[in-house]
Design a protein around this ligand. Structure first.
Ligand SMILES: [Zn+2]
Length: 258
């Protein structure tokens, strides 16, 4: 009996029989697809599914709080290192949209934390926002990775209120100071944003330059920014100020979203 069939047997320790059967069917379908469309693990390259079990276990969220130099709170679910880094780069640079769902779980965790700690949650609805991608990156990839993650996470549709005012050079080869200069004044909003509140989403925070520019643009438009939530943060990277907090997760926080 193949392993996928063995899982069809109801296991009293693991949920209800229908759930177990659904899981088994999902597993069997994935096995079949792996034969038809061979894929390698985005984390380690092993011939497997999109993510092998070992790499998937490295994506267990361990949220940390970072602060931008202006004090804005940034919640990150994972450390941008090792397997996490390779999986995120696979999504961003290798067209591996098949890992979006796994990373989306981490984005949800970060969003959840950010909403829990957003100043004055009763002050009104909070909208999600993803940084506008440059036309060149969108052309190269054919999709917007952060938008894709937000949708894969089942989050409310992020607002599109910011635009790129001029094309930027790729941030990848720039140092911290150059990134800031490259981005300064590069975004803006054609709309008046007074009275609107935003939580900014992103895949990775490295120097914080992108998030800082997004937040500056939103505030310039009159909006309030309650914080940011990202999948991963560069570990031990100085963002002006950083700290770690351990706070109990409350999944009910997502209900505060528009
Ligand atoms: Zn792997």
């Amino acid at each position: 009996m193949p392993p996928s069939m063995r899982r069809l047997r109801p296991d009293p320790t693991r949920g209800t029989a229908p759930a177990a059967i659904r899981g088994a069917i999902r597993e069997a379908t994935r096995d079949a697809l792996a034969v038809l469309l061979p894929v390698s693990c985005a984390g380690c390259g092993a011939d497997d599914r999109a993510l092998c079990g070992a790499c998937r276990s490295q994506l267990e969220s361990q949220p940390v709080l970072r602060s931008l130099s202006d004090g804005t709170a940034v919640w990150a679910a994972l450390a941008y290192d090792g397997v996490v880094r390779r999986v995120i780069l696979a999504l961003k640079e290798q067209g591996r949209t098949d890992v979006a769902r796994a990373l989306a779980v981490s984005l949800t965790t970060a969003v959840d934390r950010a909403l829990l700690h957003a100043a004055d949650p009763a002050a009104g609805q909070i909208e999600l926002l993803v940084p506008p991608v440059s036309r060149a990156s969108f052309r190269r990839r054919g999709y917007d990775p952060v938008w894709l993650l937000a949708r894969a996470a089942g989050l409310p549709r992020p607002a599109r209120v910011l635009v790129n005012l001029h094309e930027r050079a790729s941030q990848k080869s720039l140092d911290r100071a150059q990134r800031g200069t490259n981005l300064a004044g590069s975004m803006g909003s054609p709309l008046a944003l007074n009275g609107r509140r935003f939580l900014v989403l992103d895949d990775v925070i490295t120097t914080g330059a992108t998030l800082s520019e997004v937040i500056r643009s939103l505030r310039e438009g009159g909006a309030e920014v309650v914080g940011a939530a990202v999948v991963a943060a560069t570990p031990r990277h100085s963002l002006g100020l950083s700290s770690e907090l351990e706070i109990t997760r409350d999944s009910g926080a997502l209900r505060g979203l528009r």
